[in-house]
Write a protein that binds this ligand. Structure first.
Ligand code: HEC
Length: 566
């Protein structure tokens, strides 16, 4: 059948109407997505800033943003960093919330502060100062995110030189030394606010020529890899390849083998375009995994994998959304139960100490979550764990263990960070309580029914150490007394008047799988003085040859610790 030219015309018209209609439809859909996306951003105002704050105009908007530089450096850099990069739970001012809100909201927030969460109130600064600082924050927004390298300090710049020695059993960087053992008990904890809450973030400098990591006698340290971009968690694949999350650029790297001068034989990018990846796990457990799981800050993903792959062999599969938000602890570690039946994912709190009862963004955070390996059936495995950054399975008892960052702003020697086995259904205190049934004075009277339920962790660390990844040493290279011991990375303090941490520690497990609340300084030497550091340990794993590999996002390298017996 031939169509008449008219009917052909009619069909064409109908088609173009349909096309127009579908364009309108998709425009509508796009618009509503946009509105949906914009709406929560508006409702969830910046730290609860009122509409009047949003509307305030910066009277110095016409002025050079440089005017606020000196005030920023004097008052803010010691916590937020010289270029606004942030550290730990101190937010970046370069990216994130600060750059997407109005000058008025920033001014309002600075003025009020959030003392419970560690951000001072700046109403003591003249209004002009505060507005100029707000202008300067805009300038920071145009700089490159990342830790800037500032000039190394003059040799005599150590502001801690005049500080009194630490009150034992607590310590600080001046007294950390490989081979020293530490034991802190509940009886040693001071009262809250016994000292002021410090603002003493590290400024990262290049490694001074004379500096090198220090380890106990008989061990040797070399650089395995350098010039990385924010190397964080490190994990050994069943075939011996070494996987590293470069969180800031969103890459997963693989290293293979070792040359005679201790460098990788191969280095490849396994996957990229991820969202602040951290956790890495191989599934199913055992010698022949089929998947690599990745803990992005907002989701659990997995890539298909076979032993020997240096690049993902297919696109990732999205298994589960994870609680996340505009602010807060962003690392997500992943581990599987030894039988492969369950997947554990650790999700830190959104804030230092906000009450989840009144802060919806704390829902399902400060927890270890449990899922089926396909991402279904999420439930809370253990709670009140402020920020379990690193998880590991105890090779003897098969328990899940956590390396945890506790809270800030209660003084130099509160609250200790810790390493512990995690009990199913266990409550670890945050935010209403802390170890030993102490109530946090900032949440006085809240949840009395939880008193008596707060589990005391197995290993109490120095407060503000910032304990990150941990591993059980199952290598064969170190002397037999190290077999089964925990190694953990202490990224280092900001909320302590004389800095502490910035080391790799060892927790003896006595070949029993049980800790005795003691730990040893194992690799130290990254601190220049009380203001400057050149290295910050993040991740630790044993390589197939039994050497330890330690990532360091201060010098952006991987250190290799081997045993020589000399
Ligand atoms: C003692 C350490 C400390 C000092 C000094 C400090 N801050 Fe903060 N600041 C924090 C902490 C901790 C937070 C996060 C609070 C929270 O968890 O909600 C924060 C949050 C912020 C935020 C909110 C960012 C966001 O995305 O939510 C801004 C903006 C900010 N600070 C600006 C400043 C400025 C400007 C100064 C100097 C006038 C300053 N801070 C000084 C510790 C500090």
């Amino acid at each position: 059948m031939l169509k008449s030219p008219e009917s052909h015309q009619a069909v064409t018209n109908l088609k173009s109407y349909l096309r127009l209609f579908s364009i309108l439809l998709s425009l509508g859909a796009a618009l509503s997505t946009l509105l949906l996306w914009a709406a929560p951003a508006q409702n969830q105002s910046f730290h609860g800033a009122p509409a009047s704050a949003r509307a305030m105009k910066n009277p110095y908007a016409g002025q050079s943003p440089e005017a606020g530089r000196a005030s920023y450096q004097n008052h803010c850099a010691k916590c937020h960093g010289v270029s606004g990069e942030g550290t730990g739970n101190i937010p970046s001012l370069v990216t994130g919330g600060s750059q997407s809100v109005t000058d008025g909201e920033l001014f309002w927030y600075l003025t009020k502060g959030d003392v419970a969460n560690g951000m001072p109130a700046w109403n003591s600064l003249a209004a002009q100062d505060r507005w100029e600082i707000v202008r300067f924050i805009r300038l920071l927004g145009h700089s490159q995110p990342g830790s800037p390298r500032v000039d190394p300090p003059a040799a005599d710049a150590d502001a801690a030189a005049g500080s009194p020695p630490p009150q034992p059993p607590f310590t600080d960087y001046r007294h950390e030394k490989p081979g020293l053992f530490r034991k802190i008990t509940l009886a040693d904890l001071p009262a809250p606010f016994a000292t002021e809450s410090a603002g003493n973030g590290p400024q990262v400098v290049p490694r001074p020529e004379s500096a090198w990591p220090q380890v106990p006698l008989g061990f040797k340290v070399e650089i395995y890899a350098a010039d990385l971009d924010n190397p964080r968690l490190i994990r050994t694949a069943p075939n011996g390849d070494i996987f590293v999350a470069e969180s800031r650029p969103g890459d997963i790297r693989v290293f293979r083998g070792i040359t005679s001068d201790a460098k990788p034989e191969k280095s490849e990018v396994f996957a990229s375009g991820l969202t602040r990846p951290f956790g890495i796990a191989f599934y199913p457990p055992g010698p022949d995994p089929q998947w690599v799981y990745i803990g992005d800050t907002d989701a659990v993903l997995r890539f298909p994998y076979r032993n020997g792959d240096l690049q993902a062999r297919g696109p990732s599969e999205h298994l589960a959304d994870l609680p996340h938000g505009r602010r807060g602890h962003w690392t997500r570690d992943i581990r599987f139960a030894p039988d492969g039946e369950k997947m554990f994912v650790s999700v830190g709190s959104a804030s230092n100490i906000d009450d989840p009862d009144t802060h919806p963004d704390e829902k399902d955070r400060a927890d270890v979550l449990e899922f089926n390996p396909d991402g279904s059936d999420m439930r809370i495995y253990a709670y009140g764990i402020r920020n379990c950054v690193g998880m590991a399975i105890n090779p003897i008892t098969h328990d899940l263990w956590c390396s945890v960052n506790e809270r800030d702003a209660l003084g130099d020697n509160l609250v200790p960070d810790y390493i512990t086995h995690v009990q199913e259904g266990g409550f670890y205190g945050w935010p209403w309580w802390y170890m030993g049934n102490h109530q946090d004075p900032r949440l006085e009277g809240k949840h009395p029914e939880l008193k008596g339920k707060v589990i005391t962790p197995d290993v109490i660390l120095n407060p503000h150490n910032a304990s990150l990844e941990m591993t059980f040493y199952e290598g064969k290279q170190f002397p037999v007394e190290y077999r089964g011991d925990i190694f953990a990375c202490e990224h280092g303090s900001w909320n302590r008047s004389v800095r502490v941490g910035y080391e790799l520690i060892r927790v003896p497990m006595h070949h029993t799988g049980e800790a005795s609340n003691e730990y040893e300084d194992f690799m130290t030497g990254f601190v220049v003085d009380n203001g400057h550091v050149w290295g910050r340990p993040v991740g630790v794993t044993a390589a197939p040859d039994g050497a330890l590999l330690v990532t360091d996002d201060g010098s952006d390298s991987i250190w290799r610790i081997s045993y020589t017996g000399k």
